[in-house]
Design a binder for this molecule. Sequence first.
Ligand code: GSH
Length: 292
Amino acid sequence: MTDTPEYTPPAVWTWNKESGGRFANINRPIAGPTHDKDLPVGRHPLQLYSLATPNGIKVTVMLEELLALGHAGAEYDAWLIRINDGEQFGSGFVAANPNSKIPALVDHSGPRPIRVFESGAILLYLAEKFGAFLPTDETRAECLSWLFWQMGSAPYLGGGFGHFYAYAPSKIEYAIDRFAMEVKRQLDVLDRRLAEAEYLAGNAYTIADMAVWPWYGGLAKGVLYGAGEFLDVQSYRNVQRWTDAIGARAAVRRGRMVNATWGDPANQLYERHDATDFDTKTQDKLQAEVAE
Ligand SMILES: N[C@@H](CCC(=O)N[C@@H](CS)C(=O)NCC(=O)O)C(=O)O
């Protein structure tokens, strides 16, 4: 095992230096807003404040799937929250999500706005509101089980493996080993389930797939943390099959574009306020307009 510098924790931890790593500038040991800033509100019933990370994509995919099914009430404005710039600490955002993390949804369709935070809660809220993508038969329990499995498991993938493999200021063999083992175990859990069922809940595509796909599908394609080879993701054949099937859905392709600020400019739609924005407001189009 590689040597790491000795560290003896003090009796009481204090916040006296940056934690290091990719998100050091926004990590803090306290909650609450850092500045006053109201959130914008558009014309649609649903207002989403987000960014196209795996947790953000879960919700934009769900909204695009609902719209594709014909649920006009799922029309939404998606506002960009730049977490690297600390926009999640504005007073308006904290009022929508006291946990200061994207995604946050505010539903203005009723007499009073309803806030929903935590991506799993948002998926469940939308599924119940529109009666879609949450089975009502005996597979409902399976769907909820995989939805909550994702919410409990992904922090080991993102905050554990991803952080120490890709973002930590130094490579710590113990930490990478520990979390690689857990993430490979999780991939095997999924692979075995997807060997016996087409989708996680059974025959139907549900919010469980929408929650799991952005994380474990991204990992399976080597997109997350550039760890495809390291984790030998190709060997999880059923996860690969399921990842490809979901990735080919038109609503998923649209959902991935919303609030995206990286990747191919043709797939970056910073904000979505209308269905036509996918054709007219992607970064390649906006940049071409400026150049003219
Ligand atoms: N459990 C939360 C996690 C949300 C989360 O971690 N969001 C990240 C981006 S993927 C974030 O907003 N980070 C900003 C920060 O930690 O300050 C959920 O599923 O909604």
